[in-house]
Design a protein around this ligand. Structure first.
Ligand code: NDP
Length: 248
């Protein structure tokens, strides 16, 4: 039986690479998007043109009602869920802590932390053998910022990714005996639109100078790590992380 995967933020950047690679691995893919329907539909078309099955689903992961509706649509269309990649995330504008207000911090937390949390909850409700599910696998796309921090830049973002890591570790223990593995990928600097706005001039070149491999990563390099963690090849790995950061 073909497995079903949901990739949040699956229409662009790292999420798009995960959606496309998941289809190559034989998954039927639910491509979640928030605003960019065209990008999500392009990913769906690419998967279908290659003979796969995909469905674009609009939902803002920071909206619990929308997330519940999204998972209900997955149930309706496919009747099961085997894998979730919590990829949707925001960075916001570069800013020192003195300038950050609670509204900005809450916005980042609502997407990166609460959004991932609620999607994981919905996945567990469907996957857990305790609830009659067949088990499954969850991968959270965190960041090297969770452990390295990001001084003078995006402390709220780093804190949100550290919270995602704690979610990964804590949840992995809670559901390990119910057939569900929960792991994380920590990308370093990856070449996507996330870096297109809001940073100081020369920031990307400065960040690249910290990377031992002396280059930014490609979204597909993150997707390969995520798909490996989802796969049966990682059957004894849970609560763990793969760094994809060029040695940073
Ligand atoms: P992009 O900005 O290229 O893409 C972000 C994706 O997330 C888009 O598909 C967007 O959907 C979606 N998204 C954002 N907010 C929401 C929301 N509230 N609900 C649903 N979807 C949402 O980013 P990347 O591909 O670079 O980042 C993907 C993940 O990787 C993020 O979690 C990011 O933190 C992490 N990461 C990225 C790094 C990098 O250097 N690029 C480094 C480390 C981690 P839409 O377009 O429809 O709005």
């Amino acid at each position: 039986m073909e497995k079903i995967i949901l990739v949040t933020g699956g229409g662009r950047g790292i999420g798009a690479a995960c959606s496309l690679l998941a289809a190559q691995h034989g998954y039927r893919v639910c491509v979640n998007y928030r605003t960019d329907a065209a990008a999500a539909l392009n990913v769906v078309a690419a998967i279908e043109n290659a003979g796969g099955t995909a469905l674009a689903i609009q939902a803002d992961v920071s909206d619990e009602t929308a997330v519940v509706r999204m998972f209900a649509l997955v149930d309706e269309r496919f009747g099961r869920l085997d894998a979730l990649i919590n990829n949707a995330g925001i960075l916001s504008r570069q800013m020192r802590v003195e300038q950050m207000d609670a509204a900005r911090i809450n916005r980042i937390m609502a997407t990166n932390v609460t959004g991932s949390f609620v999607c994981a909850r919905e996945a567990v409700r469907r996957m857990s053998t305790k609830h009659g599910g067949a088990g499954g696998s969850i991968v959270n796309i965190s960041s090297r910022a969770a452990v390295l921090g990001s001084a003078g830049e995006y402390v709220d973002y780093a804190a949100s990714k550290a919270a995602m890591d704690a979610l990964t570790i804590g949840l992995s223990k809670e559901v390990a005996s119910e057939g569900i593995r929960v792991n994380g990928v920590r990308p370093g600097l990856i070449d996507t639109e996330m870096h297109a706005s809001g940073g100081e001039p020369g920031r990307i070149d400065r960040l690249k100078s910290f990377v031992p491999m002396e280059r930014g990563g490609e979204p597909i390099e993150v997707a390969k790590a995520a798909l490996w963690l989802l796969s049966d090849d990682a059957s004894y790995s849970t609560g763990t992380f793969i760094d994809v950061s060029g040695g940073r």
